[in-house]
Ligand binder design. Sequence first.
Ligand code: SF4
Ligand code: SF4
Length: 423
Amino acid sequence: MALEDYKNDALRCTRCAYCKWIPIDLIKSWRFSKGCPSIEFNNFHSYSAGGRLVTALSLLEGRIEVTDKVKESVFMCQLCGNCDVTCKICRYDMEPLAAMHELRFRLVEDGKTLPQSDKVIESYRKLGNMIKKPKSKRGDWAKELKIKNLSKEKAGILFHAGCQYSYDPELQKIARISIGILKKAKVDFGVLGQHEGCCGGRAYHMGYKKDYEDALAYNISAWKKAGVTTIVTPCADCYHTFKRLYAKDGSKIEVLHMVEFVNRLIKEGTLKFKKKINIKVTYHDPCYLGRQGEPYVEWNGREKKIFGQAVVYDPPKPRYIGAYGIYEQPRNILKAIPGLKLIEMERNREAAWCCGAGGGVKEAYPEFSEATALERIEEARSTKAEALVTACPWCEKNFMEAQAGNDKPLKVIDIMELVEQAL
Ligand code: SF4
Ligand code: SF4
């Protein structure tokens, strides 16, 4: 696909502004009715999905130049996908999120990049990860754990930690805890150690498509060599990249997030919770596990005009409306923990507010990223929960960093920590 393929969407956008809110029938209060962090922070139409469709159309028709302000309006967005869900539910069969990705690809192809993002990508090209850590140390977190290394041994399941869980000293424990859970369930699995590759998802989101394609080629070849049939990952970003983007590019491998795998192990009786955890928690749906965690559906149709003007798709395009993301599995796990009480935030599942870390925003616009995280923390606090639980390292890191300096921060817990404590 190319930006030109979304020209009809840009023409059909009625500037109705539904995409600035959560789907209207899911609104519970004025306070938590907003859906788009970008419009909330900037309060100017160009910083919304509808506004970016206007920008795309203006570029395609040669009516504007890419100034620094245009770049800012294109890149100051987490690509969280709330707009996409709301537009489809409230308005049309349009794909504003896909159009916004293409807009970024076009700007990057034309060299209209952000210096902040270029720095991240330059280091990614050298070191093979998004967080500027040495390539050779990628597998160190698992050194003492006596796990099969699938570059030398065989196992059907590959545990893929991802960049954050592999390197971040505060988050590495989650990868180790996940390994402990898999061992307890006697799962035959392994890791790729220092040969594990970055999924390339964040490069894709930042608009650097070629870097994503290189990551795709590397990983597919490494998995083939290792004879892997299933990937299990605790990272929501890696999950979305493998499950949706790689599938779009031809991968047939089974992809599971840890919450899906653990939920399956609980259901079949392999894992049983024995210990009580008396805690009230609320659960944050990561964008790439929730509304963007829907599986890829192939579409090879064509565009046609009816009555000589209205554009329709034949057969109709699959609609990603966020309804089939990974929502119930983490909730089933939490509800199965004795003593734990789960309280929902007003914006949950496909209407969840973003953590603020996605789309290259954390690196390029840290103040915007922090404000987005603090809005979610406030919503979590409004439930009176003692902790905010999630299943993505980027969300966890952003929620923790946004509260740095707060002497009473809301506790942020990875769901696997609770699983481990309850077993
Ligand atoms: S909801 Fe859809 S049609 Fe309405 S302004 Fe947003 S992108 Fe355009
Ligand atoms: S992806 Fe998220 S931040 Fe970007 S325009 Fe859509 S709702 Fe706003």
